[in-house]
Structures are given as structure tokens and as C-alpha cells.
Ligand binder design. Structure first.
Ligand SMILES: C[S@@+](CC[C@H](N)C(=O)[O-])C[C@H]1O[C@@H](n2cnc3c(N)ncnc32)[C@H](O)[C@@H]1O
Length: 216
């Protein structure tokens, strides 16, 4: 549980989540057991709602981990849709591929193994939705490229933009997260807020999720 949403509210939201997908539930339990930084089911549901709302056919994700958010996203795709997801940890790439196969979604998901900073140049747009959840220090350096890969009306979703409240000056008495990451997210939030053709709202769900639509 994070510090943004009170525990009772998080439990309440979790109790309303009726997705109950056996593969997702198992990956979520595995994530907790191994302390992996995966989105939770409420953010997963938000990703699926957004992808469904815009009838997404092409989705890009930065930061696959073991495929949890990827399954939430790809579950919104039509059979001929595609998710391209980038991950630099080879063990996680292997595990994500296994999980995508278990979820019956392998036919529409390509996992690109490597550093997103380099691999992003090999990806061609346009995408309907991009989910940015990799290295926090790459959020700003990748922003121009990600916006250029989005179609007009497409959505850029970014996780962890409140960083357990650490980006909010004076909110917490003691800061525990990596300072460079905190600075990187604070810089990203400013950049996104003033980006010329992005219209952005931040949802203080879990660790903070920003949703930006490309306006032209
Ligand atoms: C927060 S986790 C992603 C969680 C995943 N989106 C989910 O919710 O299921 C971030 C992932 O990004 C990967 N990562 C970090 N830096 C990266 C980079 N430069 N290129 C590609 N992947 C990177 C990490 O190895 C990690 O698995």
C-alpha cells in the first residue's frame, strides 16, 4: 500500500475490481512475493479501460517486467492488434513471454529485449496508446520521441508520477527513495504539464498515474 491513497480506500477499490483473471491473479501474487514493482489491479483496470475507450489497435509499453501490465493492456486489443513492450532484463523478458503465452495473448505481443533508450529508435509508430513504466530517469529523455510515436488523439500514460508523495515538496517528513529518481519524476511532471501538444490530467491512484492526450 502507498501513502497517496489511504489503505481503506485502496481495499475498497480492490474489492470492486471484478476482473478475476487467473493468470493476472497469479502474476500479481508472484509480484508481491518477489517484491517486483508491478502496477496493481486498479491501475491495470485503468489501462484496460483507456485502451478499450479509444479502441486501441497498437500499443507500446516501456518496462515490461514479467508482463502484468502488458496483459491488462493487450487484453483490450482486437485479435489483429499489437502490443510492443520493451524490457532490458533478459530474465524478465523470458518470464514475460511465458506469461503472455499462458494468458493466450502471445500472438499479439512482441517483447523487445534491450535498453529502451536505444531500442526506442527501432520502433515505428503511430501508436494509439503508450504506457511509460520503465526507468524513471528515462521519462524525460524519452518524452519527445514517445509523443512523436503517438497518433493525434492517442494517449500517453505514465506510472509513478507521485512517487509515494516524494515529489510533493514538504509532504513527507522523511524521504527514502533515490533522490535522482525523485528529481527525474519531478522534472518529467513539469515537462509534461507544459508540453505544447499534450493535454494532461494526473490521477492520484496508487503511486500516481498521468494521462496525456496528444492534441495535434
Ligand atoms: C516498474 S517495472 C515495470 C512493471 C510493469 N510495467 C508492470 O506493471 O507489470 C520497470 C521495468 O523496466 C525495466 N527497465 C528499467 N530501465 C529500462 C530500460 N532502460 N530499458 C528497458 N527496460 C528498463 C526494469 O527492468 C523493470 O522490469
Amino acid at each position: 500500500m502507498g501513502v497517496i491513497v489511504p489503505d481503506a480506500v485502496e481495499h475498497y477499490l480492490a474489492s470492486l475490481n471484478r476482473t478475476h483473471d487467473a493468470v493476472l491473479d497469479e502474476i500479481a501474487r508472484e509480484g508481491v512475493r518477489r517484491d517486483l514493482p508491478l502496477v496493481d489491479a486498479e491501475v491495470g483496470a485503468l489501462l484496460r479501460v483507456l485502451a478499450t475507450a479509444i479502441s486501441a489497435r497498437r500499443i507500446l509499453e516501456i518496462g515490461t517486467a514479467i508482463g502484468y501490465s502488458g496483459i491488462w493492456l493487450a487484453g483490450a486489443l482486437p485479435p489483429d492488434g499489437s502490443l510492443i513492450t520493451l524490457e532490458m532484463n533478459p530474465d524478465r523478458v523470458r518470464e514475460a513471454r511465458e506469461n503472455f503465452a499462458r494468458a493466450g495473448l502471445a500472438d499479439r505481443i512482441s517483447v523487445i529485449s534491450g535498453d529502451a533508450k536505444l531500442m526506442i529508435a527501432k520502433v515505428s509508430g503511430p501508436f494509439d496508446l503508450i504506457f511509460q513504466d520503465g526507468s524513471k530517469q528515462l521519462y524525460t529523455p524519452l518524452l519527445d520521441r514517445l509523443v512523436s510515436l503517438l497518433r493525434p488523439g492517442g494517449i500517453l500514460v505514465t506510472d509513478n508520477v507521485l512517487w509515494d508523495g516524494e515529489v510533493v515538496p514538504g509532504f513527507l517528513p522523511k524521504l527514502v527513495r533515490d533522490e535522482a529518481d525523485t528529481r527525474a519524476i519531478a522534472e518529467y511532471n513539469q515537462r509534461v504539464a507544459s508540453f505544447p501538444n499534450l493535454l494532461t490530467a494526473v490521477i492520484p491512484l496508487r503511486d500516481g498515474v498521468s494521462i496525456s492526450v496528444k492534441t495535434s
